[in-house]
Design a protein around this ligand. Structure first.
Ligand code: HEC
Length: 159
């Protein structure tokens, strides 16, 4: 009898969760993925500015190892699988000369800033469907901020 009750709970738990957990999650996920070129207007449940203020650029540098196979950062460095990112902040997406960008990126109207880079790095394929950057994304918002802070330093003109 005990076993029966246990089994019932096992069966019921996922079913209840369909009602209890499912919809809440779905509705909060969808708006965040919409409106790619809006300049980061999605209502995230964290404060990017606050995460940037406490960002750890050393950690960001380590996180950049995930990007380094495809991106150089310094002035005049060659493109790799992805474009050179020197002075990318404030720049319109897809304009670097000598790199064959996707139409999706060229036509996106994105201007790179912490606010646009954050959702791009979270899940590029969702932020801008049809782009050709093959990268799964960085889940942790603080890690994205760490990496953004590092990129702000590393893509700026060096003294
Ligand atoms: C497997 C290779 C690859 C990896 C890894 C990768 N990228 Fe890219 N990246 C690309 C490609 C290819 C493009 C061009 C996309 C397009 O044209 O649609 C791109 C484009 C970009 C752009 C837009 C540049 C512009 O001039 O508009 C940014 C910003 C960027 N990547 C940042 C990053 C960051 C940050 C990481 C690490 C978290 C990363 N990428 C990881 C290949 C990669």
């Amino acid at each position: 009898m005990l076993i029966n009750r246990f089994l019932l709970v096992l069966v019921l738990a996922p079913v209840l969760c369909l009602f209890g957990c499912g919809p809440g999650r779905d509705t909060s996920d969808k708006p965040a993925a919409a409106a790619p070129a809006a300049g980061g207007g999605d209502e995230a449940d964290y404060d990017l500015a606050a995460l940037l203020a406490q960002a750890d650029t050393k950690r960001g540098r380590t996180l950049f190892l995930q990007c380094r196979a495809c991106h150089s950062l310094g002035e005049g460095e060659p493109h790799k699988v992805g474009p050179n990112l020197y002075q990318m902040f404030g720049k319109t997406a897809g304009v670097e000369p000598g790199f064959a960008f996707s139409d999706a990126l060229v036509n996106s109207g994105i201007v790179w800033s912490p606010e646009t880079l954050d959702p791009w790095m979270a899940r590029p394929s969702e932020y801008l469907p049809g782009n050709k950057m093959v990268f799964i994304g960085i889940k942790d918002a603080q890690d994205r901020a760490n990496l953004i802070a590092y990129l702000q330093e590393a893509t700026a003109p060096q003294p």
